[in-house]
Design a protein around this ligand. Structure first.
Ligand SMILES: Nc1nc2c(c(=O)[nH]1)N[C@H]1C(S)=C(S)[C@@H](COP(=O)(O)O)O[C@H]1N2
Ligand SMILES: [Mo]
Length: 434
C-alpha cells in the first residue's frame, strides 16, 4: 500500500465512522456511548488519524466523561478510564474495574501510558529506521513502506508492563518510600502505580531478528539498542539473544490499528517478558554493538538497589530486565460490593506463564483454586480467572496468588528496593461489602 492509499484508507474509515455515528444518533445514542461501543468492537478509526503531523488532525476523537487532564498524552484519559499518576513525565494508569467487561485484550483506549517526555508527532512519510553499529556488516535504512512490506510480518499477543507496576505497595506494605537519587541528597519520587501499569495487546510487526539479519548481524554482536525519537531519546540495550527471539518485534500495529501516537507511532520495539522500559516507543534507530552498552537505563535507573543487593560495576546493582509474576482483580480500589452471590474476576501474568491461581478471602488463612478461563493464555501475556463468592456484609481483603509454569508461587513478601522495581508479592485488595 502506498502512503496515499493508506491516508485514503484512514480517510474512508473516518468517513464510515462518521456515518455510523450519524445513524446511531438517530436512535438517540450519545456521542460518548457511541465511542464506548466503538471501543468494544475495536474502534480502529479512533486511532486512524494517527499518521499526521498536524496536532488538530492527529488528536483522536475524544469522549469526555470527566474533567480533562492537561497532559502531553494525546489520547483521551478521562478519570473513568485512568488514574493520572504524576512523576517523571506522563503516566496514565489503567483502572482495573474497566477490564471486568472486556475480553482477553486491553483495548487501545484503556491501555496505560508511561513516558518521560511528551508524545511526539512523527509522520510516517519522513520516518526511517537506521540499523548500524560495530555488530553489523551492512548498515541499512528502511522506510515505513519497506518495513510493512517485509515478508516476515507477524502478530503476537503479549503484555507490556512497567517495571514500577505495584510500586505503591513498597510504601503501603513495607512502609518505606521508594525514590530515585536526584543528587545533593534529593529524593525524586517515582510513579506510584498500583497495579494498572500493564496491558495485553495483539502487536503486529517484523521480528527484530529478521531486520538484524538483513543488516548482516555478526556472530560477535553483543548488545542491541533501540533508540527513541521522543525528547527523552530513550536508549535501552538488550542482549543479542533477546533481540533474536521470535516475538521480539518492531511493531507498527496494536490490536489491528496503526500504533496509536502515545504507544509509539509509527514504530515501537516490543520486548516480551521484559520490563516495559525495554519496549522503546517511537523507534528511529537500532544500534548493534560488539561491546556491552552501558547507559543510565541499565546502570543506575533500572537496577535493584537496597539491602541484600550488591553493586555490579559499572551497574549500581543487578539490572532489571525480566518481569515478575503478578495478578490483579478486576475491581475498583478499594472495592464496594453487595452482600450477595457474585463472580470475582482477575488476571495473572508473568514472563514464564501462569499455571495456577489461588485466592483467599480470609487474609491468607485459607486458599482455594480459582478457575482459569479459556483464552490464548500465552506466556508473556496473561490468564483470566474467576471465582464465586457470597460474602456477608463486612470489611474484607481479597488476596490472589499465581503460580508460574515452573512451579514458582508468588511470595507473601519481597524485600524493598530503592527504585520500587518489580513488586511481585501477594497484594491484599480492600473490599467493603455493604
Ligand atoms: N521512546 C520512549 N519509549 C518508551 C518510554 C519513553 O519514555 N520513551 N517509556 C518506556 C516505559 S518506562 C514503559 S513502561 C513503556 C510503556 O509503554 P506504553 O506507554 O505503550 O504503555 O514504554 C517505554 N518506552
Ligand atoms: Mo516503565
Amino acid at each position: 500500500m502506498s502512503y496515499e492509499e493508506r491516508d485514503q484508507a484512514s480517510y474512508y474509515q473516518a468517513r464510515a465512522d462518521e456515518e455510523i455515528w450519524q445513524k446511531a444518533r438517530k436512535f438517540g445514542v450519545s456521542r460518548r456511548r457511541f465511542l464506548e461501543l466503538a471501543g468494544l468492537v475495536g474502534g480502529s478509526a479512533l486511532f486512524g488519524a494517527a499518521c499526521t503531523d498536524d496536532k488538530k488532525e492527529a488528536a483522536p476523537t475524544t469522549s469526555s466523561s470527566g474533567p480533562k487532564i492537561e497532559s502531553n498524552i494525546v489520547k483521551d484519559i478521562p478519570p473513568s478510564k485512568f488514574n493520572y499518576v504524576e512523576a517523571l513525565g506522563f503516566n496514565a494508569e489503567m483502572r482495573w474495574e474497566n477490564m471486568a467487561t472486556r475480553g482477553y485484550l486491553t483495548p487501545n483506549d484503556l491501555f496505560f501510558v508511561r513516558q518521560s517526555a511528551a508524545t511526539p508527532r512523527i509522520s510516517q512519510n519522513n520516518w526511517k529506521l537506521t540499523v548500524s553499529g560495530s555488530g553489523v556488516t551492512t548498515p541499512l535504512e528502511l522506510t515505513y513502506d519497506q518495513l510493512l512490506a517485509l515478508p516476515e510480518v507477524t502478530s503476537v499477543i503479549r503484555s507490556v508492563e512497567c517495571s514500577g507496576n505495584g510500586r505503591i505497595f513498597f510504601d503501603e506494605v513495607l512502609g518505606e518510600l521508594t525514590y530515585q537519587d536526584g543528587g545533593n541528597g534529593n529524593k525524586v519520587s517515582l510513579p506510584q502505580w498500583r497495579l494498572g501499569a500493564v496491558g495485553v495487546a495483539e502487536w503486529t510487526g517484523v521480528p527484530l531478528g529478521a531486520i538484524l539479519e538483513r543488516a548482516g548481524v555478526k556472530p560477535s554482536a553483543k548488545d542491541v539498542v533501540p533508540g527513541g525519537l521522543d525528547e527523552s531519546r530513550l536508549r535501552r540495550p538488550m542482549s543479542i539473544a533477546k533481540a533474536m527471539e521470535d516475538d521480539t518485534l518492531l511493531a507498527f500495529a496494536m490490536n489491528g490499528s496503526p500504533l496509536p501516537l502515545d504507544h509509539g507511532f509509527p514504530v515501537r520495539a516490543l520486548v516480551p517478558g521484559w520490563i516495559g522500559n525495554q519496549s522503546v516507543k517511537w523507534v528511529g534507530s537500532i544500534e548493534v554493538a560488539e561491546e556491552p552498552v552501558f547507559v543510565p537505563q541499565n546502570t543506575s535507573i533500572y537496577v535493584y538497589i537496597g539491602p541484600g543487593y550488591q553493586p555490579e560495576p559499572p551497574r549500581m546493582g543487578p539490572v532489571v530486565e525480566k518481569q515478575v509474576t503478578k495478578t490483579a482483580l478486576e475491581l475498583e480500589w478499594p472495592a464496594k460490593l453487595a452482600p450477595k452471590a457474585q463472580t470475582i474476576r482477575g488476571r495473572a501474568w508473568g514472563p514464564e506463564g501462569v499455571s495456577k491461581v489461588e485466592y483467599s478471602v480470609d487474609e491468607g488463612k485459607t486458599w482455594k483454586p480459582a478457575q482459569v478461563l479459556p483464552g490464548p493464555n500465552e506466556p508473556r501475556a496473561w490468564v483470566r480467572y474467576s471465582f464465586d463468592w457470597e460474602p456477608a456484609a463486612g470489611e474484607y481483603k481479597i488476596m490472589a496468588r499465581a503460580t508460574d509454569s515452573k512451579g514458582q508461587v508468588m511470595p507473601d513478601k519481597i524485600p524493598w528496593n530503592q527504585h520500587g522495581m518489580n513488586y511481585g508479592a501477594v497484594v491484599a485488595h480492600p473490599v467493603t461489602v455493604a
